[in-house]
Design a binder for this molecule. Structure first.
Ligand code: CP
Ligand code: NVA
Length: 317
């Protein structure tokens, strides 16, 4: 259960945006995970009755869309799906106008799009919280669920090592930043041409330094996963990179999260994947379905982590 200090720290999230994992402090991140765990176990009851979340999704989504919708329903609120293809957003209405109009109707916006600058523009113009529901740069809601899953498996997070193998993408970036805040050592194993963004790496290293952990980029898959407590992978071609799919499959040969790589990790290691997964490419079918896999618990945790986030941003505590 949460301490009074943790509840005070969550109260300070009211009205804020979540555009990057680094928008949260270490204390806020830890408090959100504790609240998510409490909500999952039914140890706390919270409400957002009558509150409305707008979803503006310019990319496909199963987990994020449904988990946000169910989270709001369970809290007594509701969601309006503002898919750009059925709103004026898709016909070119400026973000500055859309954000100001929607701020008069709904209580928060979750935006899934390509450029990080776009969610930043929504946040600039909106007077309500804006949540990054995935951009090309980050996926902060995913990282909260991921570290909740790691916490459930091992208890305390500081000192654990999470190894991400694959493309240094949006998911990797948020894992690096959020892990650094939580005192987790994060290793990104990737081919040299697919390394994480240099500015994100630098920021993650600063945050890790403050928490006594380490963020590394390693260009050898075995060295990247050795002794790790969690092995994580994601698609090699993200949304928007469909045309690079074949070239990427060639570039990532030897980077499949398979039984041989898993054998190099800590014997208690868990396997994570944000999903959707492509068996036989970034992950073997055996590892995906094996006893170390926590991918479906991880997907479930999107719901609990986002319930905690919504309650904090919308002041439902
Ligand atoms: N992991 C994730 O964000 O899944 P969706 O793309 O289905 O939302
Ligand atoms: N990196 C992937 C994550 C999907 C949830 C993408 O952006 O497509």
């Amino acid at each position: 259960m949460q301490s009074a200090t943790a509840i005070t720290c969550l109260a300070e999230l009211r009205g804020r945006d979540l555009l990057s994992s680094a928008d949260l402090t270490a204390e806020e991140t830890g408090a959100l995970l504790t609240l998510a765990g409490d909500l999952k176990r039914g140890h706390r009851r919270v409400e957002l009755a009558g509150r409305v979340l707008g979803l503006i999704f310019s990319k496909a989504s199963t987990r994020t869309r449904v988990s946000f919708s169910v989270a709001m329903a369970r809290l007594g609120g509701q969601v309006i799906d503002l898919n750009p293809s059925v709103s004026q957003v898709g016909r070119g209405e400026p973000i500055a106008d859309t954000a100001r109009v929607l701020s008069r109707y709904v209580d928060a916006l979750a935006v899934r799009t390509f450029a990080q600058a776009e969610v930043e523009e929504y946040a600039h113009w909106a007077s309500i919280p804006v949540i990054n529901a995935l951009t090309d740069l980050e996926h902060p809601c995913q990282a909260l669920a991921d570290y909740l899953t790691l916490q459930e498996a091992f208890g305390a997070l500081p000192g654990l090592t999470l190894s991400y193998v694959g493309d240094g993408n949006n998911v990797a970036h948020s894992l690096m930043l959020c892990g650094a805040l939580l005192g987790v050592n994060v290793r990104v194993g990737c081919p040299p041409d697919f390394a994480p963004d240099a500015a994100v790496l630098e920021r993650a290293r600063q945050l890790a330094c403050e928490r006594g952990s380490v963020v590394e980029v390693i260009h050898d898959p075995v060295a990247a996963v050795r002794g790790a407590h969690a092995l994580y992978t994601d698609v090699w071609a993200s949304m928007g990179q469909e045309e690079e799919k074949d070239a990427r499959q060639r570039a990532f040969a030897g980077w499949c999260l398979n039984e041989e790589l898993l054998a190099e990790a800590d014997p208690r290691a868990i396997v994570l994947h944000c999903l959707p997964a492509y068996r036989g490419l970034e992950i073997s079918a055996g590892v995906m379905e094996g006893s170390a896999s926590r991918v479906f618990d991880q997907a479930e945790n999107r719901l609990h982590a986002q319930q905690a986030l919504l309650v904090a941003l919308l002041g439902g505590l």
